[in-house]
Design a protein around this ligand. Sequence first.
Ligand code: DON
Length: 556
Amino acid sequence: MIRLRVLLFVLALLPGSPSLAAAPGKAAIASAHKLATAAGFEVLDAGGNAFDAAVAVSAALSVVEPQSSGIGGGAFFLLHRATDGKQVLVDARETAPGATDARRYLDDKGELDRDKSVNGALAAGIPGEPAALAWVAEHYGKLPLKRSLAPAIRLARDGFAPDARSLMRLGQRKDAIARDPGASALFLPNGELPKQGWVLKNPDLARTLEQIAAHGHRGFYSGEFAEKLVAGVVKAGGNWTREDLARYAVREREPIVFRYRGHQVVTAPPPSSGGIALAEMLNILEGYDLATLDRSARAHLVVEAMRRAYRDRAEYLGDPDFVKMPVAELIHPLYAAGLRASIHAQKATASDSLPGFMAPVQGTDTTHFSIIDAEGNLAAVTQTVNLPYGAAVVIPGTGFVLNNEMDDFALKAGAPNAYGLVGGNANAPKPGSRPLSSMTPTFVIGPERTLVIGTPGGSRIITMVLTGILAWFDGDAPQKIVDNKRFHHQYLPDVISTENGAFTPEERKRLQAMGHTLSEGEQPWGFMNVVDWNRKSGELRGGSDSRGASGMAMVK
Ligand code: DON
């Protein structure tokens, strides 16, 4: 007995030991919508764990943020189970239909036709979100799927008032939505943009969720529902088949795991580019004593790390089921040491002096939530339909928008996607393959503290997670981490994008003197939701980005 206690004590002292030392006794949830955070707590109160809560929050966001994510989209669920330290990424990314032919997205001149890659049914991959809900509930939850989906079903049936952000995005996507009868019937009552206060009731979505609640995976991917969905997609000009739906399966993937300053970082592997890029950047930055540098010298080094990681993203990364990637090499500290050696302490490296590739991005759609439960289980989930309201198509009777994730493929080698990202063969669409993503749900687990972090924001997701982690190491609390002003560099264009107030005039001058070009005062980006746990004091904290007024972090 005494020996066991000694062993447990020693284990608790091991830095980054994958099994956490203790349980917080309370839970923390931060999500982009107060109704979704409440759905998570409802399920925890009913005896669920963090994974049941993740199913509840995910499904509720699918209802109340139709612009960001949903049943017609995909997700990455990063999970850490306290009892045995198991860490896994449930990859529910969309897949390219079997009939995918990249030429169908080109115009007569052979150029990428953005309208085809983002609007209409041809833009949609096979959804992964329903499979994720069923899988996570069955393999990791304590409650039946039905219980965890109950809050979302209620929200869909009884209705809710879409917030200002939802309505603003609706305005931006109105033309595309107006072209689709199903989407306009749902989102444009009487053909008009609804006003603030409008209550969206979605009984079709309630029924779709009920099918999933009753039959799990099968309730969406086979049988009568699947038949109706495929017929609707084909009628709307898409190319799905029943086999595509029947073949869809989540993949359980080993997370990317590496160390940074004595902490274990656990993050998203391919088909996300996020974890590898994050590892490259933090490995490079580990070689500097950032805390001793003034803000502009530090920003310079952070930008140089960003530039190098984003170049590699374009060059190497894609779906691991289809392409071979030098993952172990890219995340190796020695590789980072080589990259670090190419960084001049006071001079910007011109991106075009690095070998080959890429361009810009931003946004606050897509959605991320973070959970720590009373037992110390962790869930970091980023989910999306890609652009606001996805492909702007709703198959009548289903209640959800189809994603436009096909645009995340390099449909034409070297042609930028909606986020300005380019790619080549590694991210070319192949039947059944998953498009490369930037979604980066992440845990940082140290000897005393645990962080759960992630955000939407297209290609800027990865740099937001990076600067969020650096701020956490500086001692910032979750609310400060999510509210800090942001800057971003993605190799090409060779520009540092900044929010207003990210740098003082003096800092800007210094960065310019080093040879950096700044694009200042861009529209704010991201919608970060973070929770952390101090395992020494037992304190749990949460922060929800004040850029998105509907968000809510709660500890209970
Ligand atoms: O998976 C990706 O990287 C994109 N589909 C995410 C899109 C996104 O974050 C949009 N929001 N700003």
